[in-house]
Design a protein around this ligand. Structure first.
Ligand code: SF4
Length: 250
């Protein structure tokens, strides 16, 4: 499958509506997936037991679909939902400190209409950007197995095909970078070639593909942001670079 810009028989508005409808169908399918027994058991156990601070909340407890602008040119790729973040709220990077840092940066860069993301009905909207993850279910210790990563890959391949306009995959962390490399090969976005030697992840690292460019960014984990490994100015610079690579204005 070669990924190209979508055909647009009804012009940009029709194209966007078609993409939105198909992405909504995909989100419905994703959120009902039970392919990985270990992850199904874990996400549901976490949702039943809950953290004391969220004891009166109803957890999502299902696979978390991607979300954002169907006409996005930039795709933000994480590894997997956090047990008490996205697995609780049902939106990627929402409900934890990583998300607080990320959405503030997205707002500064002009990709988000607000700097906070706390729930599915908080009014957040994204422009020119889509957020997803390589694995859709919260894994124990934030570590999906290689088999689980492989089983979830087709969801992202399909999502990328439906998005159609993506030109930059912004990888949050080395595991997301590895997932994006597998995605490029699986989706035919790198001429169908295997990537050997494997391009190394680094903050600000770029890989120019035939259909997409990969761009690396340290993960906005508390460990990285509290220690200063990832600062606001560092993520701002990466997001500006993503805009440039995607042909978006500043
Ligand atoms: Fe399905 Fe992906 Fe969740 Fe596995 S990780 S159950 S493939 S949504």
């Amino acid at each position: 499958m070669t990924l190209q810009a979508r055909d647009a028989p009804d012009g940009p508005a029709g194209e966007r509506a078609t993409a939105a409808g198909e992405l909504a169908e995909l989100a419905e399918s994703v959120s009902n997936c039970r392919r990985c027994p270990r992850l199904v058991a874990w996400r549901e156990q976490v949702a039943r037991e809950r953290r004391a601070a969220f004891a009166d909340e109803r957890y999502w407890g299902r696979p978390v679909p991607g979300f954002g602008d169907p006409a996005a040119r930039v795709l933000v790729l994480g590894l997997a939902p956090a047990a008490h973040g996205a697995n609780r709220t049902g939106r990627m990077f929402t409900g934890d400190r990583s998300g607080d840092f990320l959405f503030a940066a997205l707002a500064r860069a002009g990709f988000a209409n607000q700097a906070i993301s706390v729930s599915l009905d908080d009014g957040l909207s994204l422009r020119d950007l889509w957020i997803t993850a390589a694995v859709r279910c919260a894994p124990p210790a934030n570590r999906p197995t290689p088999q689980e990563r492989q089983q979830c890959l087709p969801w992202t391949v399909r999502e990328l095909a439906l998005l159609g306009r993506v030109r930059v995959i912004l990888c949050l962390g080395g595991l997301a970078w590895d997932a994006a490399l597998r995605l490029l090969v699986a989706a035919g976005g790198h001429g169908g070639r295997t990537l050997r030697p494997k391009p190394r992840f680094g903050h600000g690292e770029e890989l120019a593909g035939e259909s997409y460019a990969l761009l690396g960014c340290y993960h906005p984990s508390q460990q990285n942001t509290f220690t200063g490994r990832l600062t606001e100015s560092m993520i701002d610079a990466v997001l500006q670079r993503a805009r440039e690579l995607a042909g978006l204005g500043r």
